[in-house]
Design a protein around this ligand. Structure first.
Ligand SMILES: Nc1ncnc2c1ncn2[C@@H]1O[C@H](COP(=O)(O)OP(=O)(O)OP(=O)(O)O)[C@@H](O)[C@H]1O
Ligand SMILES: [Mg+2]
Length: 325
C-alpha cells in the first residue's frame, strides 16, 4: 500500500537509540533510528545478523525500552508507559511472531493459539472455533491437541503465527517469521500472512535475512550497524488481494528495486478490512477496531483466564528483557 503522505503515521519512531551494557562493555544495538510507518503498510527490515533488527522490533512492540528517543503508536508514547500499561497496550493492539516461538509448553497448540482471544473476552466455544480455523489455514489441522514439545520446529513456528493472527491485532510484528520453514512452506505462510493483513487493513512489520520475503513488503528498510541505511518503496508487492487480477506482464520483484514501472495499487484495490462486520464472526470477517486502544479489556467474562493469560504474557515480555541498561 502506498500511503497518503498527508495521513498521520500510525507508528512514529524518533531518534531511537539502544545501548546494552555488559559490565564495562557497551553495545550500541541501535544508534539513531527514525522512521514513520503508516496504517496498512507492510514494512520489511533487512540486515545482517547483529545489525539491530530484533532490537528495533522489540522496542517498537514495547517489549524493551529505548535508551533514548520516542516511539509513538496511534498517538500513544509507548516508551513512557509502565510495565502494566504497556502489557495491556500490546494485548489490545499488537500481535507478535517471535524469532524463538515463546509458546506455552504446558498448553496445547489450540490453547496457545486461543490466548489472544481470551483478552478479547470471547467465550470458549467461539474462540476455539476461530482458533481451529486459523490453525487449519496455517496447515495445522489435526495438531490442535499437541503440546509444543510434540511438534517440529516448523510446526511450532506455525502455532506462533496462528497465535499472532487469531486476534486480528492492528499491528503485527514478525521476527524471522519463516526462519524454520522450507522454501515452499515459507511462500505459503507468507501468502497467508500477507493476505490476512491486507484483508483486515492491518499493519505488518517484519524482520528477516531472507531477501525473497522483502518482495511482499510495501517498504523495505535496510538496517546496518544500528542505523537505517536506506528505505525503498516497493511499488508492486508480491501478493495481490484475491479479487485483484495481476497486471499484465507483471514480473517478480526482489523488493529492492523501486523502478519496476508498475503503478501503485489504486484506491479501490485497497483492503476491504475496514468495513464493520456482523455476526457470525468467521476467520475471514474478523476486523480490528479503527482506533488504538490504551485500556484493558472491558468485558468481564473469563476474568480469571484473562488474569492467568496476562501473567503468562508478562512472562513472555520478561523473557525478552535481558538487557542491563
Ligand atoms: N540483551 C543484550 N545484551 C547485550 N547485547 C545485546 C543484547 N541483545 C542484543 N545485543 C547486541 O545488539 C546487537 C543487535 O542485536 P539484534 O538481536 O538486534 O540483532 P539482529 O539484527 O536481530 O540479528 P539476528 O539476525 O542474528 O537475529 C548485537 O550486536 C547483539 O549482540
Ligand atoms: Mg534477530
Amino acid at each position: 500500500m502506498t500511503q497518503n503522505k498527508s495521513e498521520k503515521p500510525l507508528i512514529s519512531v524518533k531518534h531511537v537509540r539502544k545501548i546494552y551494557r555488559m559490565g564495562e562493555e557497551k553495545v550500541v544495538a541501535l544508534d539513531d533510528v527514525s522512521l514513520d510507518i503508516y496504517k496498512g503498510e507492510i514494512v520489511c527490515f533487512l540486515g545482517t545478523s547483529g545489525s539491530g533488527k530484533s532490537t528495533f522490533l522489540n522496542m517498537v512492540a514495547g517489549l524493551e525500552k529505548p535508551s533514548k528517543g520516542e516511539i509513538i503508536i496511534g498517538g500513544v508514547p509507548i516508551h513512557k508507559l509502565n510495565e502494566e500499561r504497556v502489557t495491556l497496550f500490546r494485548q489490545k493492539n499488537i500481535g507478535f511472531i517471535f524469532q524463538a516461538y515463546h509458546l506455552m509448553p504446558m498448553m496445547t497448540a489450540l490453547e496457545n493459539v486461543s490466548l489472544p482471544l481470551i483478552f478479547q473476552g470471547m467465550d470458549k466455544k467461539k474462540r476455539e472455533k476461530i482458533s481451529r480455523e486459523v490453525m487449519a489455514a496455517v496447515g495445522l489441522k489435526g495438531y490442535e491437541k499437541r503440546k509444543p514439545t510434540q511438534m517440529s520446529g516448523g510446526q511450532q513456528q506455525r502455532v506462533g503465527i496462528a497465535r499472532a493472527l487469531v486476534g486480528t491485532p492492528k499491528i503485527i510484528f514478525a521476527d524471522e517469521p519463516t526462519g524454520n520453514l522450507d522454501t515452499n512452506t515459507t511462500k505459503e505462510v507468507m501468502d497467508l500472512i500477507v493476505r490476512q493483513v491486507k484483508r483486515h487493513g492491518q499493519t505488518l512489520i517484519l524482520v528477516t535475512h531472507d531477501r525473497s520475503i522483502a518482495a511482499y513488503a510495501d517498504k523495505v528498510v535496510t538496517i546496518q550497524d544500528g542505523n537505517i541505511l536506506h528505505v525503498r518503496e516497493n511499488r508492486h508487492p508480491a501478493v495481490m488481494l484475491e479479487e485483484q487480477e495481476p497486471a499484465a506482464g507483471q514480473e517478480e520483484t526482489d523488493g529492492t528495486d523501486p523502478a519496476g514501472g508498475q503503478k501503485p495499487a489504486k484506491e479501490q484495490e485497497r483492503p476491504k478490512g475496514l468495513k464493520l462486520t456482523k455476526e457470525p464472526i468467521s476467520a475471514d470477517e474478523r476486523t480490528p477496531n479503527e482506533t488504538i486502544e490504551t485500556e484493558g479489556p472491558k468485558t468481564v467474562s473469563d476474568r480469571d483466564e484473562k488474569k492467568d493469560a496476562q501473567h503468562r504474557e508478562a512472562g513472555i515480555s520478561k523473557g525478552n528483557k535481558e538487557e542491563a541498561q
